[in-house]
Each structure stands twice: as C-alpha cells, then as structure tokens.
Design a binder for this molecule. Structure first.
Ligand code: UD1
Ligand code: CA
Length: 455
C-alpha cells in the first residue's frame, strides 16, 4: 500500500520571537523541517505534502527545487484537523502519516513501527508516558485498555488530566478514512479548533480499530515552541551524533563540547579535542588530529593531518601529513599538498601549496600557485589585489621567499629562486638567482640622540 506523508508546518511559532518561520529555525545547521523531511524520505513515501501557512513564501523558497515536495496552503490556522484536510487533495489512496515540522528528532524506525501497527486499515497513534503530561492531549482508554479518544488538556476533566499517557501527535491512518472523518470534525471545544485528535473517537464509532505505539525514546516526538526547547533538542541531537562517532571509533575528548552541522566521514584513530565545530561536508583521513576551538566547513583532511588550536578552514583540501595552526586560516579554494606546514597567523585564500611547502608564521597567500618545498618566511605577503582586480602569484619549486617580502602580482618567482628579506618584488624573479629589492643604502648616524618624553 502506498504511503503519503503529511507534514504540518503552518504554525507561526510566536514564542520563537523571530522573523524566521518556526520550521526554518535551524537544528544542527539545517531547518527543522529539513530533518522531518529526511525521516519522511527514509520511509520511501509516495508523496510528501507540506502544509504551510505563516511565512509561506520563505518556507517554500527554502526548499525550492526539491521536486518531490507538494505544498498545501493553510491560510488560517484553524486546528490540526483542518491542516490535514488541506493536504488531502494532494494525497493518493493509501496510508497517511502525519508528521510535524517542529518535531525534528523523529526517526524513521519509530515511524515504521507506527505504520506497522496501522497495517493498512487501522488508525495508529504514537503515544508517550510523561511524568508531567501538562499541555498534551491525553490518551483515554476503556476498561479493556483500548484507546477510545484523545482529550486535549484544555478540554480535560480532573480524572483525564491525571492520565500520564499522552498523544505525541504522530498518527497513521488510511486516507480513505481521513476523507470520511475530517469533514465531520467540529470546533465546539475549548480552543475553537478542528482537532485532528477527534478522529480517534470517530474511528471507534465506525468500528475501526485504533492501535497505539508507545515511543521508546523520550526525545524523538518532542516539539519545539521556543528557543529554549530548540537549544535543548540541539544538545540531544549533537549528543547522539557524538555517540555515533564514538561508537565508530572517533576519539572525542568531550562529546558534550562537539558540534557537527552537516556530515562527516572519517578513517580510523581520528582525535577531536573540545569545542570543535564541523560544518557541511567533512572528510577526515586516518589518524587526523583536530585541536581545541577549531572550525571546519566543507573540508577534506588527508591521513595524519594535524590541525592545531583555533584554526579556521573553509572549502579547502589538505594533503596527508600536513599540519596547520595554531591560529591558521584557510579561506575557500585552498588546496594544500602533502606534508605542508602552515603555522600561526598565516592566511591562505584560493591558493595551491605543493608538497612539503612551509609557511610558518604571519603570511598572506592569496591567488597563489606555489610549488613544492617552497619556504615562505614570516611576513610574506602576496599583493594580489590592485583595488579593482585580483592577480596570480606563481612560485616555483624549492624557492625561498625571505622575511617580510611583498610579491606584487601578477608576478612569477622561478624555481630555486631566493628572494632576499624585505624585498618588494614587482618583476619576475628568475630561477636559481638571488633577487633583492630594498630601499638603498643602510646608514648609521653617529651622535644620534634618543628621543625623550615630552614633559
Ligand atoms: C497537538 C495535539 C495534542 C498533542 C500535541 C503534541 C491536536 C488537537 N492536539 O496539540 O494532542 O499532545 O500536539 O505536541 O492535534 N498546526 C498547523 N495548522 C493548524 C494548527 C496546527 O499547521 O491549524 C501545526 C502547528 O504548527 C504545530 C502542530 O500542527 O506544528 C501542532 O499544533 P499545536 O497547535 O501546537 O497543537 P498542540 O496544542 O500542541
Ligand atoms: Ca505543540
């Protein structure tokens, strides 16, 4: 039987106090709704229908180009039952599974259990046991233990309020049944809303069996209404990612101080110190060591790469055996060969450094094509920008660029060339030669008096 996933995402999320619609608020760097869509896609659903309302254009734009999504507009938020009804014209004839754009931790395995319990003709509801069930709909059962209805907090009497089994909101039901039941919903309740939860009593009245599945995980069905809850789920999500990495053999010095906002692949014996943030697509070879307070975004590190404290690397690739930092910065499109050494306060942008090249201290290398075994001394700067255009600096293998030299691009330094300290190089420097260009004539002035402080 085919499966259609309906995701309710029309709520405003007032308590977020944000211009960004609630379902676009990021968890681990991606909109909450994106996480929910992942779960839906993992179930190989026939259709994914998103019910949107508040901030609709923004929500649709954020998922522009995702061809497998269908959109159903809910102009006014008249309740969860009304929201699902808006999706029905987009749906087929099989089973429907209702998800929520603000419940980002829901997992495919739990949803599969729910769908199995529904089995094609039943209604199935995911429930949870709560020490404090305040605010949730309560699961009301008869003496035989069968679910007979759900009562919302605001409509519940004292006895119902004492029930600690709650409705998580996740429901599976045959679409043909929803098409019968949803038009029968009435809003004569405390909130004046069309409650999706009222379909349970309608199912019972129609002799349709209602199954329930108790969520094995306390966090999976959790919803987000404010930033505090978002932060709480972020930590749960991060802890789970950290645990998965630990299980896969990665050393995390403190799993509570590790953030992955994207995906990481890794070899064996990777070590990650505290406060490391990994974003986007990260690939780590065997034996990679990452020091404290390092930020990596879309980065590939070869085997044995060592990244020392406070280094920032974006959209770059580093070859095996290289070491970077502390306080190194690789900006986008930097490609480092093997055994490259980049030390403190070195900034590299859109440049290639060949195998064995070293830039140990205080340098800026931008738009540079640098060969192998080149020594870039302290204070070297590629002057790559004339205020209007960028130019390339090319440095041959085994060249030595002396301290505090400026290479005014476009310029080429030949292989094995030696640029003397303090040179401002504006013309190409030939291979094998020493090139020097300094202000002429060092003088020493006799009888010079040290300046004294003004009184
Ligand atoms: C709902 C359930 C309640 C359950 C709780 C779990 C109903 C009537 N109640 O209550 O039993 O315990 O979730 O969190 O279903 N939404 C729309 N359009 C609407 C109304 C809601 O898209 O017209 C979306 C909201 O954005 C939200 C979700 O549906 O993501 C739940 O709506 P909300 O009003 O928060 O329901 P609760 O009162 O929390
Ligand atoms: Ca809610």
């Amino acid at each position: 039987m085919s499966l259609d996933v309906i995701i309710l995402a029309a709520g405003q999320g007032k308590r977020m106090n944000s211009k960004l619609p609630k379902v676009l608020q990021p968890l681990a760097g991606r909109p909450m709704l994106a996480h929910v869509l992942d779960a839906g896609r993992a179930l190989a659903a026939e259709r994914l229908v998103v019910v949107y309302g508040h901030g609709g254009d923004q929500v649709r734009a954020a998922f522009d180009g995702q061809q497998d999504l269908r959109w159903a507009h809910q102009a006014e938020q008249l309740g969860t039952g009304h929201a699902v009804a808006q999706a029905l014209p987009e749906c087929g004839e099989g089973m429907a599974l209702i998800l929520y754009g603000d419940c980002p931790l829901i997992g495919a395995a739990t949803l599969r259990r729910l769908l199995e319990a529904a089995g094609g003709e039943r209604l199935a509801v995911l429930t949870a046991q709560m020490d404090d069930p305040t605010g949730y709909g309560r699961i009301v059962r008869d003496e035989a233990g069968r679910v007979v209805r759900i009562v919302e907090q605001k409509d519940a009497d004292a006895a119902q309020k004492a029930i600690r089994e709650i409705n998580t909101g996740f429901i599976a039901a045959p679409l043909a049944r929803l098409r019968q039941w949803l038009p029968q919903l009435r809003n004569a309740n405390a909130q004046g809303e069309y409650y999706l939860t009222d379909v349970i009593a309608l199912a019972v009245a129609d002799g349709v069996e209602v199954a329930s599945v108790l969520s094995a995980d306390a966090w999976e069905p959790a919803g987000v209404n404010d930033k505090r809850q978002l932060a709480e789920l972020e930590r749960v999500y991060q802890r789970r990612q950290a645990d998965a990495l630990l299980a896969a053999g990665v050393t995390l010095i403190d799993p509570a101080r590790f953030d992955l906002r994207g995906r990481v692949s890794h070899g064996q014996d990777v070590e990650i110190d505290v406060n490391v943030i990994l974003e986007g697509e990260i690939r780590l070879g065997h034996g990679v060591k990452i020091g404290p307070n390092v930020y990596l975004r879309n980065v590939t590190l070869g085997d044995g790469v060592v990244v020392k404290a406070n280094t920032v690397i974006e959209d770059s690739t580093v070859g095996a055996g290289s070491d970077l930092g502390p306080f190194a910065r690789l900006r986008p499109d930097s490609v480092l060969g093997e055994r490259v050494h980049v030390g403190n306060f070195v900034e590299i942008k859109k440049s290639r450094l060949g195998d064995g090249t070293k830039a140990g201290h205080l340098a800026y290398l931008g738009d540079a094509v640098i060969g192998e075994r080149v020594n870039v001394s302290a204070g070297v700067i590629t002057c790559n920008y004339d205020g209007a255009n960028k130019f390339v600096t090319t440095i041959g293998d085994d060249a030595f660029i002396g301290t505090d030299s400026q290479l005014v691009a476009p310029v080429t330094i030949g292989a094995r060339a030696y640029v003397a300290a303090g040179s401002t190089i504006t013309l190409d420097a030939p291979e094998d030669a020493l090139t020097i260009c300094r202000a002429r004539g060092q003088k020493s002035i006799d009888g010079w008096k040290k300046p004294v402080k003004n009184k």
